[in-house]
Design a protein around this ligand. Sequence first.
Ligand code: XMP
Length: 321
Amino acid sequence: MSNLKGTMEDFIRETCENINREAAGRPVLCALSGGVDSAVCAILAHRAVGDKLTCLFVDTGLMRKDEGNQVTALFRDAYSINLIRVDAEERFLTRLKGVTDPERKRKIIGEEFIRVFEEEAKKLGQVGCLVQGTIYPDIIESGADGHKLVKAHHNVGGMPLDIEFEAVIEPIKMMYKEEVRECGRILGLPEAFVNRQPFPGPGLAVRCLGELTKPRLDLLREADAIFCEEVEKAGLQKEIQQYFAVLPGIQSVGVRNDERCYEETVALRAVTTKDFVTAGYARLPYELIDTAAKRITEEVKGVNRVVYDVTQKPPATVEWE
Ligand code: XMP
């Protein structure tokens, strides 16, 4: 249980007052990731300080299909929030060229993200406050708050930035995910955004095994979008906590137009879980898997095989890297 008391409306009002007090007229910066936590923080901060808020969205080139455009449209157009979108795809892929080791990939992505963020923050000149979307489980998992460390590799407790902010504000740090979603609903976030499935900080990098190239990432994005569309068409998005496509880096022989082909394999992963510490694979209807496999092999150029991951966590993790 979190320490949240009173109604969500009270919480929103008090949080905005607190942000306003802490910001004390200084400019405020908030990093948007595309997830619900940072979205809720940005909207709260915008309510509190209006145009004093600038949001930064770094497009790493490792996002899902259309994600960058959706984030931009929502915050810039629907909420009229000052939003800087940094197109850093080339930069990330250049640094990741030839890298296949999962831990090195994660490290490079984390470092590069911080570098881009710092550069952009410096370009803005004096920025007094940083708003971060840390939530209560982040604090528990990071080992702070007297809890034992659970996962060291996750992006917990914010970014180790080399810039001094006069204040770091964490408006939702006492909330659990469901409370953040509820808060998002009251703040008018569209349902599709409120119910977004979790997406790892390193993005598609942990789902694209082997070297990260734009053509492979584009292929994965297309396959992933088809699978997600089919799960949602079947109305299963609320029952399955995470569902996505993976590119395991396996090529195999197939036959297309009566000719031999040698193409990529796509793995589909769908899990049910309460806490992501353990998870089971979702018992998807065969028809769904069948339609997704047919569509992926027909519509995504370069894929001739689709497999379904039937392992639970542990021993497998949710992500493949
Ligand atoms: P695993 O793969 O560890 O994933 O079973 C459990 C949950 O955590 C997400 N995940 C991450 N989230 N940064 C994040 O913010 C990360 O580096 C990261 N790695 C995994 C994963 O998507 C799942 O929801």
